[in-house]
Design a protein around this ligand. Structure first.
Ligand code: PLP
Length: 408
């Protein structure tokens, strides 16, 4: 008899985006003439930078030519991309990361979801609330949690990210072993300072814990004093893995390219307390289960680091950040407390009411779609997330409509 992994039964059906879609469909059916403006999702709307497109085309032409055709590439990624990443994203900021510590992949979603395979089932996991759901659900699937009760999985140490701590979780009172952090944060848009991040690195070093640092939104950081990488913090190399993505900076959400950094000095421990290098374990996993990102996609990603690519990526980021600034100032002007939007594409708004009620109000009266904060965790109740990923014209129109509704 084939039996299933019963931990899957503990998973809460992800009603969030299907509920949103149902309500949006219902609204559209009842209001066929009304245009809906979607500021809910975290998907980019602008096309790939021209530098990437050019590199993509050239690489495809190479694949059409017998002399240049390439088959399977290195599982970890081509050296040209790994070198460009190490030099530009890390060494240029004083972070000691080398090309052979970079693992190129087809998404930070897969990497943040898969990494937990390296750790034992009884690992004590600390996860922020509210949170990007992948961290939580993949640990549920792996059997690292108990059942879901009163809005939370038993056995998980939740790191509340709330107004009182500026949406940066405090160190846990209990001992934890695997810590997920994401800055700039999805969904709250909050950022972490170097000194706050140093506290986490020190905690991990003192407790032989590991930090999984998701930096998928680093390109939106405008404040130069904020860390873009955890490796800007002394000692992080031994206790942190970092995830990055080309999805949000260069619009690769549909093209798929990302990477994970595992420094050669980063360790975890076996049951006898002896240390093991995670680089070796992840390399083994990656080579067994993954066959590399396609050559043209890696060439397109490399072009992000060319002078033209950099300028075009900056234009994209600036475009979305102009939207973010407008959302934040208009919602703030209406008297709502807002977080994010200054160093991130998300604005976390205290709606001063039930998340779903506020969602319905914006949809029914303004034809604007947001994401109810409660969908990201217990601490998200009362909040909504607005995303800056849309055209400036749509964002401006959405805010005009919201103002008309909320000013009444
Ligand atoms: N990490 C965070 C925090 C995200 O919000 C997202 C996507 O929304 C991802 C990772 C996924 O990135 P990718 O497109 O590289 O899979």
């Amino acid at each position: 008899m084939i039996t299933i992994n019963e931990h899957y039964a503990k998973l809460q059906a992800s009603y969030l985006f299907s509920d949103i879609a149902k309500r949006v469909d219902g609204f559209q059916t009842n209001n066929p003439d009304k245009t809906i403006i979607k500021l809910g999702i975290g998907d980019v709307t602008k096309p790939l930078p021209q530098a990437c497109i050019k590199a993509f085309h050239l690489a495809i032409d190479e694949m059409a030519d017998e002399g240049h055709f390439r088959g399977y590439g290195p599982e970890q990624g081509y050296d040209f991309l790994r070198e460009a990443i190490a030099t530009n994203d890390f060494q240029a900021r004083g972070a000691d990361i080398s090309a052979d510590e970079i693992f190129v992949s087809d998404g930070a979603k897969c990497d943040t979801g898969n990494i937990q395979e390296l750790f034992s089932r009884d690992t004590i996991v600390a996860i922020p609330d509210p949170v990007y759901p992948v961290y939580l659900d993949t640990n549920v699937m792996a059997g690292r949690t108990g059942t879901f009760e009163s809005g939370r999985y038993q056995g998980v140490v939740y790191l509340d990210s709330v107004k009182e701590n500026n949406f940066v979780p405090s160190l846990p009172m209990e001992k934890v072993e695997l810590i997920y952090l994401c800055f700039p944060n999805n969904p709250t848009g909050s950022t972490i300072s170097k000194s706050e991040l140093k506290n986490w690195v020190d905690y991990a070093r003192e407790n032989k814990a590991l930090i999984l640092f998701d930096s998928a939104y680093e390109s939106f950081i405008q404040d130069e004093s904020l860390p873009k990488s955890i490796y800007e913090i002394d000692g992080a190399r031994d206790v942190a893995v970092e995830f990055r993505s080309f999805s949000k900076n260069a619009g690769f959400t549909g093209t798929r390219c990302a990477y994970t950094v595992i420094p050669r000095t980063c360790r975890a421990y076996n049951s006898s307390g002896e240390s093991e290098y995670l680089h070796r374990l992840w390399n083994r996993r990656h080579c067994t289960k993954f066959n590399g990102v396609s050559y043209p996609v890696q060439r397109a990603a490399q072009a992000v680091y060319s002078p033209e690519g950099r300028a075009q990526v900056k234009d994209l980021v600036d475009y979305y950040m102009r939207n973010a600034a407008l959302i934040r100032s208009e919602m703030g002007g209406l008297g709502y407390d807002c977080v994010g939007g200054d160093n991130s594409p998300y604005i976390w708004i205290n709606g001063q009411s039930d998340s779903w009620e506020f969602f319905d109000l914006l949809l029914d009266k303004a034809g604007v779609v947001c994401t109810p904060g409660a969908g990201f965790g217990k601490c998200g109740e009362g909040y909504i997330r607005l995303s800056a990923f849309n055209s400036f014209e749509n964002v401006r129109l959405a805010l005009q409509r919201i103002k008309e509704v909320l000013n009444r």
